[in-house]
Design a protein around this ligand. Structure first.
Ligand code: UD1
Ligand code: UDP
Length: 355
């Protein structure tokens, strides 16, 4: 059994890390193919270093571009590698252009595809990620659904139940494996002059939010409102897409603690100690739920409905007053929900199913 793990962006490196660790532990014949969709040090290399992951055997260096350009370049590069290496199985994770292109290139070569984090649906086709998820699921041979809900989504689309495996989400493994390491290795609160539970943490990078001036402006205004009402620092490690748009739209980020994107250990520690997190990230909605930290999601829908059900998360969109209201609501609630994303052994189940 010869396997390829394809990845290309920050969340894929983090969420594949438990699968990679499991492959290493079992001494499997596999390699990592990096598409180069993310390439800045703080979006890419930092995670290989902190999580002590093996070097990719190939990096396609595709970089940024329009959706078709990026997806096309990845397909062309992946196809060449797969034709040379002839693996039995390709693994992809999540919903990025790397995932769609990797899955499609492999399926056309009749190589089995395993999709980690299959079956998530926002039912919002304006999101590029929704298109990627649906298509990747439908060309996959192993669908690793993180939850029962995700499995049900797949069954409703007519996917054969024999292909679906409920494994839990590998982000639980990643959080459990790294939280303690973070405690030992980093002290980001001291570095940033923050006190536990006395700051809010923010991330925002979704195309449908930050590429639309009014929505990005609404988010920034909302952050200022909460800063005024609660008088605690609002810390915002800014994704490169967002930084570019803030400059392009000439928006004002004063009053917000703007910092560069952080490594996973640092970010996990900041998340675990935050009073509340505001985000439009998928992974951050899950991590806050796992860590017992309340979350306010700057979107109108979510493909992580489990977080709404257990009460760790609320959807507020991007209007300033609604953001403020959502923060008030979440701060008045008990943080005593149960993590719905699994037991931290998802990586083991994914690899165990394939070998
Ligand atoms: C991509 C994924 C998104 C995921 C996110 C994780 C798609 C369609 N989108 O969005 O699902 O949530 O990654 O962070 O696959 N840039 C840099 N350095 C980098 C990478 C990007 O400066 O290392 C800048 C470039 O200006 C680029 C922009 O960010 O144009 C957007 O990058 P891109 O990979 O197209 O999409 P993301 O917004 O990162
Ligand atoms: N993350 C990080 N540093 C940061 C912001 C986020 O390490 O400055 C991590 C976070 O812990 C989570 C992942 O990046 O595991 C989420 O990635 P992102 O929000 O870019 O993508 P999404 O999950 O929305 O696809």
């Amino acid at each position: 059994m010869y396997m390829v793990i394809i990845l290309g962006t920050r969340p894929e490196i983090i969420k594949m890390s438990p699968v990679i660790r499991e492959c290493e532990k079992r001494g499997l014949d596999y390699f990592i193919l990096h598409t180069g969709q993310h390439y800045s040090y703080e979006m890419d290399r930092v995670f290989f270093e902190e999580l002590e992951l093996p070097q990719p055997k190939y990096n396609l260096d595709v970089g940024s571009g329009t959706h078709a350009e990026q997806t096309g370049r990845i397909m062309i590069g992946v196809e060449k590698v797969l034709m040379k290496e002839k693996p039995d199985v390709v693994l992809v994770q999540g919903d990025t252009n790397t995932v769609l292109a990797g899955a499609l290139a492999a399926a056309k070569l009749h190589i089995r595809v395993g999709h980690v984090e299959a079956g998530l649906r926002s039912y919002d086709r304006r999101m590029p990620e929704e298109v990627n998820r649906v298509l990747a699921d439908h060309v996959s041979d192993y669908l690793f659904a993180p939850t029962e809900k995700a499995r049900q989504n797949l069954l409703r689309e007519g996917i054969d139940e024999d292909k679906i495996f409920v494994t839990g989400n590998t982000i639980v493994d990643a959080v459990y494996q790294n939280l303690e390491i973070a405690e030992r290795k980093v002290n980001v609160l001291r570095e940033l002059g923050l006190k536990p539970k006395e700051y809010f943490l923010v991330t925002a990078h979704r195309q449908e939010n930050v590429d639309v001036r009014e929505r990005l402006k609404g988010i920034l205004r909302g952050l200022k409102l909460i800063r005024e009402e609660f008088s605690v620092p609002v810390v915002f490690p800014v994704h490169p897409r967002t930084r570019k748009r803030v400059e392009e739209f000439g928006l004002d980020m004063s009053g917000i603690e703007v910092i560069d994107p952080l490594g996973f250990l640092e970010f996990l520690q900041l998340e675990a100690n935050a009073r509340l997190v505001l985000t439009d990230s998928g992974g951050v909605q899950e991590e806050t739920c796992i860590l017992g930290v309340p979350c306010v999601t700057l979107r109108d829908n979510t493909e992580r409905p489990e977080t709404l059900e257990v009460g760790s998360n609320v959807l507020v969109g991007t209007k300033p007053e609604r953001i403020l209201e959502g923060v008030r609501t979440m701060l008045n609630k008990e943080n005593s929900w149960k993590n719905p994303f699994g037991d931290g052994r998802a990586g083991e189940r994914v690899v165990g199913t394939i070998v």
